[in-house]
Design a binder for this molecule. Structure first.
Ligand SMILES: C[S@@+](CC[C@H](N)C(=O)[O-])C[C@H]1O[C@@H](n2cnc3c(N)ncnc32)[C@H](O)[C@@H]1O
Length: 311
C-alpha cells in the first residue's frame, strides 16, 4: 500500500515543531507526515495519531515502528479529539495537522466503494464500523433528502433531476455497485456541462456528496476545529489541508471568526466592532502544490493548505 504525502516540506514549515512538543496528527493515513513530525519532536515529544481506518492504521504502525515509544495511536474519528487527547493525559498540545479526506488505498481498493472507475459495492465508509453506507443513502433516502445532499455536498446543479431519476429506478431494482450507479448517472445527466464540471465524469459531484454524507464529513470537521483550537497552547500551530471547496470554506470561515472575534459586551460594541484577534493567519492565501508536485502525484491537484497560530 502506498500514499504519497501532499505538500510535505510546507506542512513541516508551518507546523514549526521543536524537540519535546506534544502534537496531534488528526489524519494519520499511512504515516507520511507523522514520520516527519516524529523526527522533529524527537524522543521527548509525543504524537497523538488519529486514524479511523483500521487498515491504514496497521500500515502506519509498521512504518513508524521505530518511534512507537513516542506515539499514542487512537483508532477513532477525530471528532472525539478533545476527549481522547485529554483522556491520554494531555490537556494542551503544541501543534495539530489535518490532512483531510481519502488516502490512496481507499481509492485503489474497489471493495471500499469510493471509485467509479473500478467496480465495487456502494460503500464509502472511512470506518467500516460505521452503519451507514452509500447504498443506504442512494436506496433509502427520500427524494427531497437526496436533492438536498446533492446540492449542498456535491454542488450539483442537476440535483433535482438526478434524485428524481434515482428514485424511479431504485423502485424497480436497488443500486448495488459503483459502476452500475456511475453508468446510470452518465445516462441521465446532460452531456454538455459548463465550467469545471465539463471535463469531470458526470458522477463526480454525486459521488462526492455521498461520501460526505456517509462520513458526516463537514459536521465532523467543524466540531474538530473547535476542539483543536481549545486544545492548542498559545503560540501553537494548526495546519489544515483540504481537498474540496466545501471543506476549505469551513476552514476559512472558522478562522475568520477568530481573526476578528465579535466583541463580547454591548458597551465595548459602542467603540469597536471586533475584539482582539485570537489567531494569526500564517498563509495569506491558501498554499497549493507546485505543477511539479501535481505532475508526480495527480491526487494532490485539489489540495489547499491553510495555517494559523493561536495567539
Ligand atoms: C489524506 S489521508 C492522510 C495521509 C497522511 N497524512 C500521510 O501522509 O500518509 C487522510 C486519512 O485520514 C483518515 N480520516 C479521514 N477523516 C477522518 C476522521 N474524521 N477521523 C479520523 N481519521 C480520518 C482517512 O481514513 C485517511 O487515512
Amino acid at each position: 500500500m502506498e500514499h504519497v504525502s501532499v505538500l510535505k516540506g510546507i506542512v513541516q514549515k508551518y507546523l514549526d515543531l521543536k524537540e519535546g512538543d506534544r502534537v496531534v496528527d488528526a489524519t494519520l493515513g499511512l504515516g507520511g507526515h507523522a514520520e516527519d513530525m516524529l523526527k522533529k519532536i524527537a524522543k521527548d515529544g509525543k504524537l497523538f495519531a488519529f486514524e479511523q481506518d483500521e487498515r491504514n492504521l496497521t500500515e502506519a504502525k509498521k512504518r513508524l515502528s521505530t518511534y512507537s515509544e513516542q506515539i499514542v495511536y487512537i483508532h477513532d474519528n477525530f471528532r472525539y479529539l478533545k476527549t481522547r487527547v485529554t483522556g491520554e493525559g494531555s490537556d494542551k498540545i503544541d501543534a495539530i495537522l489535518f490532512d483531510l479526506g481519502l488516502s490512496s488505498p481507499h481509492v485503489d481498493d474497489p471493495e471500499r466503494g469510493f471509485s467509479f472507475m473500478k467496480d465495487g459495492p456502494l460503500d464509502m465508509r472511512f470506518d467500516p464500523r460505521g452503519s451507514l453506507t452509500a447504498a443506504d443513502v442512494v436506496n433509502k433516502y427520500s427524494e427531497e433528502d437526496l436533492v438536498k445532499i446533492f446540492f449542498e455536498y456535491g454542488e450539483e446543479k442537476y440535483a433535482r433531476k438526478a434524485a428524481g431519476r434515482i428514485v424511479e429506478r431504485r423502485a424497480e431494482k436497488p443500486f448495488e455497485s459503483t459502476i452500475e450507479f456511475a453508468e446510470f448517472l452518465e445516462g441521465i445527466m446532460p452531456k454538455k456541462r459548463s465550467g469545471k464540471a465539463s471535463k469531470a465524469h458526470p458522477a463526480t459531484r454525486i459521488f462526492q456528496a455521498l461520501r460526505i454524507e456517509v462520513n458526516d464529513e463537514l459536521t465532523v470537521l467543524k466540531e474538530a476545529l473547535e476542539q483543536a483550537f481549545d486544545l492548542l497552547e498559545a503560540g501553537g500551530r494548526i495546519v489544515v489541508i483540504s481537498y474540496h471547496s466545501l471543506e476549505d470554506r469551513i476552514v476559512k470561515q472558522f478562522f475568520k471568526k477568530l481573526e476578528k472575534p465579535e466583541v463580547k459586551s454591548p458597551e465595548e460594541a459602542l467603540y469597536r466592532m471586533h475584539g482582539d484577534p485570537l489567531v494569526e493567519k500564517l498563509t495569506k492565501k491558501p498554499v497549493v502544490p507546485s505543477p511539479e508536485e501535481i505532475e508526480q502525484n495527480p491526487r494532490a491537484r485539489s489540495a489547499k493548505l491553510r495555517a494559523y497560530k493561536k495567539i
